[in-house]
Design a protein around this ligand. Structure first.
Ligand code: ATP
Ligand code: MG
Length: 425
């Protein structure tokens, strides 16, 4: 027998049992971004490798070891996108969306990173990204964070998430801090783990990200980034905090929050949960004022975030807060050969009369018991039964599958009356 071919490790099928929760989540997100006036943009999944190297940075984890890079048939180096911001800026520049303009954009789709698969960490995963261009002030940073806070409330998971905030300040301030931090880490070289030794040479700020408890005390004594903030960044951060407080959003200032991509400056933030184990960051973002110019556009301030849908779906599965609608409202059973054609007409007439009603028509024949068993298994709210006597009398038998209610036999207009609420979802 032929060996079964399996999916690629870390790349998941999302099965019919789970897609209703994904659709509900995506629906809440679509309504959210629309309610803040953001427009959708859709970018290709593959880009030139150079795009990610230039934006995310050559010595980041993503570019160094996580990208799916391959040569196209004509020899160009291409990469499956590991994130959306770089593509979004590329598209914005290419189509003149960013030049002297303000844009509020969002996108949703699969991203690819060659990481070690584990709960909440996959090789194909899905992000929703939101990006705002042409606005430099803390008002837009606050808008993005307020939007995410609303999302957690809409999803019923706000109590499980905490906001961490920091400012990476200006490039100059960060460079001064980097050299002070490097001196400190070098002086404590013997306490660094292997990863940190590597990062010290390439990207010392990332050492602050270490979760290694053996280094916690040493890192707590490291110089603080906020001591190196430039005056404008300090003011920007203060105003952002003021707006968040005014909006009733709690946050903690985490001095060690630095993010793993090179393009960030000033505001960075993460929404973190304790309910997913080690993969606790559900949403992360920040300001990247230099990126548009770095990718060839006119200097344009920008800020954005991305959230991981798998992690959100896991949280929703645990919290069970998002109502997921059953996929079938009415299961139409036809009893006897003479009922099949009338049933077909009734199914179509129901779909005409009550748009939005989900009608599953029994196929494959079988006796009453078998058809009702399938009706129950379908998750339908009611079974609609058409037998010879119903057809003769122009009537319909309604059997309630999910409530304690007597079966009844009704005429067409009574039937529509009874099914109307199901069509509204
Ligand atoms: P982490 O610290 O968890 O590796 P990151 O800093 O690499 O995250 P970002 O690049 O900021 O993550 O991506 C934003 C969000 O996308 C993350 O907060 C997370 O929810 C999600 N995400 C990132 N990588 C993965 C992955 N491999 N599998 C599933 N979700 C992911
Ligand atoms: Mg990562």
């Amino acid at each position: 027998m032929a060996k079964n071919i399996q999916a690629i490790r870390g790349m998941n099928d999302i099965l019919p049992a789970d897609t209703p929760r994904w659709q509900a989540l995506e629906g809440v997100i679509r309504r959210l971004v629309a309610s803040y006036g953001y427009s959708e943009i859709r970018m290709p999944i593959v880009e030139q490798t150079e795009l990610f190297k230039r934006s995310i940075g050559e010595v980041t984890d993503i570019v160094e070891k996580e990208m799916y890079t391959f040569d196209d048939r004509n020899g160009d180096s291409l990469t499956l996108r590991p994130e959306g911001t770089a593509s979004c800026v590329r598209a914005g520049n290419e189509h003149g969306l960013l030049y002297n303009q303000q844009q509020r954009l969002w996108y949703m789709g699969p991203m690819f990173r060659h990481e070690r698969p584990q709960k909440g960490r996959y090789r194909q995963f899905h992000q929703v990204g939101v990006e705002a261009f042409g606005l430099a002030g803390p008002d837009i940073d606050a808008e993005l964070i307020i939007m995410t806070a609303r999302l957690w409330r809409d999803l019923g998971i706000a109590e499980h998430l905490r906001l961490e905030l920091n400012s990476l300040a200006s490039n100059e301030a960060r460079a001064a801090y980097r050299s002070a931090l490097t001196d400190y880490l070098q002086a404590h070289h013997e306490q660094l783990d292997e990863d940190s030794v590597r990062r010290l040479a390439t990207n010392p700020l990332r050492v602050l990200d270490s979760k290694n408890p053996a280094m916690a005390e040493m890192l707590a004594g490291a110089p603080k980034l906020s001591e190196y903030w430039d005056a404008e960044s300090r003011e920007h951060f203060a105003q952002l905090c003021e707006r968040l407080t005014a909006a009733g959003i709690e946050f903690v200032h985490n001095e060690r929050l630095v993010r793993g991509l090179d393009y960030y400056n000033r505001t960075v933030f993460e929404w973190v949960t304790e309910s997913l184990g080690a993969q606790g960051t559900v949403c992360a973002g920040g300001r990247y004022d230099g990126l548009v110019a770095q990718l060839g556009g006119k200097a344009t301030p920008a800020v954005g975030f991305a959230m991981g849908l798998e992690r959100l779906a896991l949280m929703l599965e645990q919290a069970q807060t998002l109502p997921v609608r059953a996929e079938v409202d009415v299961y139409l059973a036809a009893m006897g050969d003479g009922a099949e054609l009338p049933a077909l007409r009734v199914a179509e007439k129901l779909r005409d009369t009550l748009p939005g009603l989900r009608v599953l028509q029994h196929c494959g024949g079988g006796n009453f018991g078998k058809q009702l068993k399938r009706a129950d298994k379908s998750g339908a709210h009611v079974a609609l039964i058409l037998g010879e006597s119903e057809i003769e009398n122009d009537q319909f038998t309604v059997k309630y599958l999910r409530e304690e209610k007597e079966q009844e036999t009704v005429n067409w207009s009574e039937l529509v009356e009874r099914l109307k609420f199901l069509a509204l979802g």
